[in-house]
Design a protein around this ligand. Structure first.
Ligand code: DGI
Ligand code: FE
Ligand code: FE
Length: 192
């Protein structure tokens, strides 16, 4: 079945606590705004945002079994469980909600980790997730300001804040996050 925007919103919002749905709405608004500013398709940015955290409240065992059974990135299982909802979210978007746009599916899949060669849509959704109006963590206003003039600078600052937090807790870092950050810095250097 093909879902209309309203049907999708209804289906996704009913699967999460009110607070998480408010976060999702914030990401939808921020992603639309970034898409307008940086020349991306605002409807696609919004669609990716509606679905980006669809699997956030799945039980860990269910996330794990989908990653194993559907042969998604098994490597992900070696890293923080908080990364798993992104990969499973892309799967759910494709198979439960009939999304076949690879730009949208990848923006969902990489919204937490980032990746090397992030597309414009990947960048917009990942950064919108960092700066949506409901976010409140040390440094968020600096990331919001950077986002006003550069997607890459905003993302480097966002990924740095995540990496710094993980380091401060002596937690494992998913290597793709480090690669994503390094690649964005290389992009900035190439354009300077
Ligand atoms: O789902 P959200 O809370 O909206 O945000 P998210 O999908 O960006 O992140 C989920 C959490 O994953 C984030 O607070 C930090 C945590 N995390 C754990 N290990 C890693 C990681 N995030 C990244 N980017 N890389 C990691 O290795
Ligand atoms: Fe997420
Ligand atoms: Fe999110």
């Amino acid at each position: 079945m093909r879902y209309s925007r309203d049907q999708l919103i209804k289906a996704v919002s009913s699967q999460m606590p009110e607070k998480r749905w408010q976060h999702t709405q914030g990401v939808m608004d921020s992603a639309r705004r970034l898409a307008h500013q940086y020349g991306a398709d605002a409807d696609k940015a919004e669609l990716s945002s509606i679905l980006h955290d669809v699997a956030k409240y799945w039980p860990v065992e269910k996330l794990k079994s989908v990653i194993q059974d559907k042969q998604l990135s098994n490597e992900l299982l070696l890293y923080n469980k908080q990364l798993w909802h992104a990969e499973v979210g892309a799967y759910v978007a494709e198979y439960d909600y009939g999304i076949d746009d690879i730009e949208v599916l990848d923006a969902i899949r990489y919204h937490t980790s980032g990746r090397i060669g992030m597309t414009l849509m990947d960048k917009i959704v990942c950064l919108a997730d960092y700066i949506e109006p409901g976010r409140d963590y040390p440094g968020v206003n600096n990331i919001r300001e950077l986002a006003n003039h550069s997607l890459e600078e905003g993302l480097v600052a966002g990924l740095d804040s995540t990496i710094t937090l993980l380091v401060s807790r002596s937690q494992i870092i998913y290597p793709l996050t480090v690669y994503a950050r390094n690649d964005l810095i290389k992009q900035l250097e190439a354009n300077s």
